[in-house]
Ligand binder design. Structure first.
Ligand code: NCD
Length: 338
């Protein structure tokens, strides 16, 4: 097992803009391999023996179900042992320890820190700190305030690529982005990855008060990514190859803004399924609110439960890549498992 530090392109995972197409294709291929290996007892045992000398810190001081569980289980799939802080009141930060000192402390004991915080920019601050200390460990941003959620965007890309496997992949697709595009970080990160795909068209379906922020629009324009805003769901649904639904982020309300949204305009229901392409997919980073009716779950185009599970495989692939075990995974002859 190589013990040398990982090379720059996948050291910290903070900003989705650093990923190029080759890296995304590579990560999707690695994710497929990890998923297929894990299905078979011999493959699963191989994965378990891959990184038993590595330890991960899961520092999640903002509510999380999927991201936390998928990272923790991705670690367990690979034999990585984990420690965690989920409640900031149990951390020495309550004694006045600075954020930087806390992160430096975590880094003393583990080989990677996965972190989710309610504030934007905290993961980036942790990465900057790592770049200044003698024994840096990689920082993975598992959601930073309203700002970014890069590993969610990576698993979303994997889910889109898998869904369009027989339709030429993501290139050329029309992707609807619906819901709270202002305060939700998942769509912001996904928009950053779209520069890697040819002729993609983005269709934003959001209440005016929760429209996508100007910084993301500026990025899309700079990268020549075609997008329209203020689309009406009923009008655009028949054109969409994918609709990426998000919930209203009511935890950020200051005076009941979410209550003023007419959910009917931003929801997928059994009634509007008929207007969708047969080959289209419905995605959601979850958790969902009223924006996807539970009866939609039975439609084959609803891929959000698979997307959720893909999160574990993609996060395992990211860890494999970080710790440079990707060569070992690639060398495993998958056909030997059949
Ligand atoms: C998302 C998040 O936390 O940003 N959830 C997740 O990680 N799957 C989306 C959300 O909370 O709406």
């Amino acid at each position: 097992m190589p013990l040398t530090p990982v090379s720059p392109p996948l050291f910290h995972v903070i900003d989705p803009r650093v990923f190029d197409r080759a890296q995304l294709d590579d990560l999707c291929d690695l994710t497929n391999r990890v998923r297929l290996l894990a299905k078979h007892p011999d493959g699963a045992r191989f994965l378990l023996g891959l990184l038993p000398d590595r330890r991960a810190m899961l520092y999640f001081v903002q509510p999380s179900t999927r991201t936390f569980l998928s990272f923790s289980n991705a670690c367990h799939v690979l034999g990585i042992r984990t420690s965690e802080i989920r409640d900031p009141s149990t951390s020495s930060e309550v004694k006045g320890e600075s954020f930087e000192d806390s992160i430096r402390t975590f880094s003393s004991y583990v080989d990677v820190i996965v972190m989710r915080t309610p504030d934007s920019g905290k993961a980036a601050r942790a990465a900057e700190l790592m770049n200044r200390i003698p024994r840096p460990v990689p920082i993975i941003n598992a959601g930073s305030g309203q700002d970014q959620h890069p590993t969610q965007a990576l698993l979303d890309i994997y889910t889109l690529e898998r869904s369009f496997e027989n339709q030429g992949g993501i290139d050329g697709k029309v992707i609807g982005l619906m819901g709270d595009l202002k305060r939700g970080r998942t769509v912001r990160s996904l928009c950053y990855l779209m520069k890697n795909y040819r002729d993609v068209r983005l269709v934003m379906i959001a209440p005016q008060q929760f429209a996508i922020e100007p910084d993301i629009k500026a990025h899309l324009r700079e990268q020549n990514i075609s997008f329209v805003e203020n689309a009406q769901l009923a009008r655009v649904l028949p054109e969409l190859d994918a609709v990426y639904v998000t919930r209203m982020q009511s935890e950020w309300d200051t005076d009941g803004e979410t209550g003023r949204v007419d959910y009917r305009d931003y929801s997928i229901t059994p009634e509007n399924l008929g207007a969708m392409k047969k080959t289209a997919v419905i995605m959601h980073p979850l958790p969902r609110g009223p924006e996807i009716h539970p009866a939609v779950d039975d439609d084959p185009r609803a891929v959000y439960w698979r997307q959720e599970r893909n999160g574990m495989w993609m996060r395992a692939a990211i860890l494999v890549k970080l710790f440079q075990a990707d060569g070992l995974v690639r060398n495993f002859d998958l056909s030997a498992l059949q």
